[in-house]
Design a protein around this ligand. Structure first.
Ligand code: PEP
Length: 253
């Protein structure tokens, strides 16, 4: 059975104290919840990762990951953070390819391929984000766009490397806009993604990869979206900043 995951992307929000408070509040909400194999992750800004990670009241099941990393091992890249630095901070999982990185920091498919390779070489697990813009959906090119994003950054990987890939389909028009994809639109795309991976690799691999949906998931729509057979949980932005909303979404997994 595939692993279900609810992950919170805190983006550039919360200072050190607030990060500790939020991870503790989420931990308190989860206290009596049986998670089984389901996973919960939060992604604070890098500077607050260790504070969240080391909080004594953090439930160990609330994993703390990173929102980004540089593609190089190290060197003259002022302001950047490498994969080995994340490993040194006990990070196991890194988000790559978020639409805000693609849009505001010019991250291209080929750059993301380099980042994915660098992360996997350092034994990091990757939450790989991708998804079409509104004009691409309106032009009915959304399947082509998604296929291209996957192929260019991930289809050179070996089957063994895929074990460390989590996918997050995030239609750009649904991120932070309150405009959620319908459960049917999410399922349609997730099934397409799984089929595309199945054709490029094999059905076993395609059936094993967790595909999260992201884009304005809230407590009132999570259950319906997560109820679709190819949706394995969600990557949550805005609602992950509120412990009770985020916990309600976790309970909907
Ligand atoms: C995101 O940033 O990945 C995201 C899905 O944001 P939101 O839930 O706010 O749309």
């Amino acid at each position: 059975m595939r692993t279900k995951i609810v992950a919170g992307n805190w983006k550039m929000n919360l200072n050190r104290e607030e990060s500790i408070e939020l991870v503790n509040a989420i931990s308190a909400e989860l206290k009596h919840l049986e998670l089984g194999n389901n996973r919960v992750m939060v992604f604070p800004p890098s500077i607050n990762i260790e504070a969240a990670q080391n909080s004594k009241s953090r439930d160990a099941r609330v994993e703390v990951g990173a929102q980004n990393m540089h593609q190089a091992n190290g060197g003259a890249f002022t302001g950047e953070i490498s994969a080995s630095m994340l490993i040194g901070a006990n990070v196991k999982t890194v988000i790559l390819g978020h639409s805000e990185r693609r849009e505001y920091f010019n991250e291209t498919d080929s750059l993301l391929k380099e980042k994915v390779d660098q992360a996997l070489e350092n034994n990091l697990e990757v939450v790989f984000c991708f998804g079409e813009k509104l004009e691409e959906r309106n032009a009915k090119s959304h399947f082509d766009v998604v296929e291209r994003q996957l192929k260019k950054a991930l289809f050179h990987l070996t089957e063994a490397q895929w074990a460390n890939i989590i996918l997050a389909y995030e239609p750009v028009w649904a991120i932070g806009t309150g405009m959620t994809a319908t459960p049917e639109q999410a399922q349609e795309m997730h099934a397409f993604i799984r089929n595309t991976i199945g054709s490029a690799f094999n059905d076993k691999l395609a059936g094993a990869v967790s595909i999260l949906y992201g884009g304005s998931v809230k407590p009132n729509n999570a259950e319906e979206i997560f109820g679709k057979p190819d949706v394995d949980g969600g990557l949550i932005g805005g609602a992950s900043l509120n412990a009770s909303d985020f916990s309600a979404i976790i309970k909907a997994m």
